[in-house]
Design a protein around this ligand. Sequence first.
Ligand SMILES: Nc1ncnc2c1ncn2[C@@H]1O[C@H](COP(=O)(O)OP(=O)(O)O)[C@@H](O)[C@H]1O
Ligand SMILES: [Mg+2]
Length: 252
Amino acid sequence: MMEYVCELKNISKRFHTINNETKAIEDISFKVEKGEIVSIVGPSGCGKSTVLSILAGLEKPSGGEVVVNTSNIGFMFQKDQLYEWRSILKNCILGLEIQHKDTEENVNKVLKMLKKYGLYNFRNYYPRQLSGGMRQKAALARTLAIEPELLLLDEPFSALDYQTRLSVGNEVGEILRKEKISTILVTHDIPEAVSISDRVILLTERPAKIKKEYIMEFSMCEGERTPMKCRNTTEFGGYFREIWRDLDVSGK
Ligand SMILES: Nc1ncnc2c1ncn2[C@@H]1O[C@H](COP(=O)(O)OP(=O)(O)O)[C@@H](O)[C@H]1O
Ligand SMILES: [Mg+2]
């Protein structure tokens, strides 16, 4: 039987301000399998972040049902949210500290992760001493330190310059797949979504509905699948064109 980490059933969301009502989401339903990487793409302002906030329990839906089969959720945003007065290592063990799980064993795991991300020699540095890409990797290390069963990423690479975004996106995509972390990635970067995900969900203009879903299968990927290998397949361009066409930014 298929195991799911979360499910949205007929979710809608309206925001109320003093003299206005914004309908952000209208009837969205989807499930995420354990270990699956799903991307959500759609026009700017359509309701993508709201979907993540509802899954994280930060916003209540106006209608529908949210099922999340874990309390261990990691959330990472566009801005890295590192604390400037804490060293990189201290930032990365913050979540463990809060959960009273900052044991020697767990701290050693974080140190190992920092080695893998090329941040070990910077563990005693402060965030301002690191580049944008390194900061974002540190933020990811902090998020993964609590070993989340569901990872929610809201445009995590969009503040990075193009080349850094490609390489960090590639490394992160590889890590998520190797460690089989169930992930929902919100991005406006279609090639990023195609290269990283198992499935891409395209939303309509606000109020967001699901316009279409795409399964990302790459037969040409030899050995372990990585975002960079996917970008070098013949299928890649086809997926990109299909989603780009359906996104229809021309508004016609
Ligand atoms: N807390 C809020 N209060 C009022 N309106 C909001 C709030 N959060 C989001 N919205 C509105 O809901 C719509 C969807 O926002 P959002 O989910 O952030 O879009 P996206 O992430 O796709 O760019 C926007 O029109 C936004 O202004
Ligand atoms: Mg957003």
